[in-house]
Write a protein that binds this ligand. Structure first.
Ligand code: DQA
Length: 156
């Protein structure tokens, strides 16, 4: 039986943007060989071991990602987001993160600052709590650890 006090306030939305459904076969030199399903399974197992619950969503559509953020209001205590290409272009996603006012951790598989210049600018970087980039699939686990740390701090 879980410690109900700790179980409270540990719901995390993990949001994935365009083309991440192709992980595993998509530019493996850049993004590694793990599939999104493998990343999801690892996150679920780790979250369960830390008494947290995750909802894992991927969409190739900006509006759908924004809808999912809106629906997370009242459910999610934290968000982990890999906005993929939309990181560099989406004012709508940025505004949704601000509007939801749910503590958010930005993650990227690749180190966006070592890549093309247009990837150096994240439109969400200054509205999230922090960013993790460059550790491949492990960036997600680090993001989850960061989110749990935030929630532990809040709950204590
Ligand atoms: C990415 C980096 C983005 O620049 C790119 O468009 C992606 C993936 C990453 O996880 O490294 O699709 O967010």
């Amino acid at each position: 039986m879980g410690d109900t006090k700790r179980d409270l306030g540990r719901r995390i939305l993990v949001l994935n943007g365009p083309n991440l459904n192709l992980l595993g076969r998509r530019e493996p030199d850049q993004y590694g060989h793990s599939t999104l399903k493998e990343i999801e399974d690892d996150l679920r197992a780790y979250a369960a071991s830390r008494s947290a619950e995750i909802r894992f969503v991927q969409s190739n559509h900006e509006g759908e990602l924004i809808d999912v953020i809106h629906k997370a209001i009242g459910w999610a205590d934290a968000i982990i987001v890999n906005a993929a290409g939309l990181t560099h272009s989406s004012v709508g996603l940025r505004d949704a993160i601000i509007a939801a006012a749910i503590p958010t951790v930005e993650v990227h598989l690749s180190n966006i600052y070592r890549r093309e210049e247009f990837r150096h600018r994240s439109l969400i970087a200054d509205v999230v709590i922090g960013q993790i980039a460059g550790f491949g699939a492990f960036s997600y686990l680090l993001g989850l650890e960061a989110a749990l740390h935030l929630l532990d701090k809040k709950g204590s």
